[in-house]
Ligand binder design. Sequence first.
Ligand code: PLP
Length: 273
Amino acid sequence: MQESLVTHRYPRVLSIAGSDSSGGAGIQADLKTFSALGCYGMTAITALTAQNTQGVRAIHSVPVSMLRDQIDAVVEDIGVDAVKIGMLHSPEVVEAVAQALDAHGLKQVVLDPVMVAANGAKLISDEAIAVLVSELFPRALVVTPNLDEASLLLGRPLTQSDALAEAAQALLAQGAHAILLKGGHLPGHEVLDILVQAHANGQDNVIQRLHSVRISTHNLHGTGCTLSSAIAAYLALGCNLSEAVLAARTYVRGALYAGSHVRTGEGVGPLNH
Ligand code: PLP
């Protein structure tokens, strides 16, 4: 192409995640988010799910070599400024993703440790959880568990908002550089998320308490996917981690509010954006 015709390049974001046939979560949510935030989105699909707003009917894994081919193909040609990682269901898939991140030197990585769908369907095997922690926590800039995922990772229930900061620090100690612990599954009028970042020079961790008022809606499917994609998009746009998390929360809250009166399907509706 004639270089003189090139006037613009979009920040490039890759989602390594599962496909959600209902369009609410997974790569479908990720691509909507990247476009809405002015980024160029790409996908490496780890698995296909057959699901609607009422439940997951089937999961079909993509062969690991095909997953690696998807990542290699887009990195080698288009390039990647930030990565969002979502559903990785088996230890082999987790290991393949870790190898691909290293091979391509991909650093701005947002890891959403997807484990259970909103309707209770398991999206990761038990064996994969330990590998996820050992292989991907250290390679991610931030890990974004919700309360259920944090409970599974810590092996204990989390039921009080005043225990969240300590829980986020315990997750950080599992080898992550930063944890965004999402407290939205706790009941109450207020929602508290905790962002904790390890300090580079061995000083105290930096903790931010992010409070907001709960938005009342049934359309929650894909909220976690959208938040992690929005963080990756804002990182690709040049934000630092704190800025990216704050801006991504604002984006998700806007979508929760705007779609609160929309009806899609008979079950847990998708985030509308
Ligand atoms: N990824 C896929 C492919 C899914 O099907 C789901 C939930 O069904 C998720 C991720 C997690 O979705 P959420 O953003 O609602 O946590």
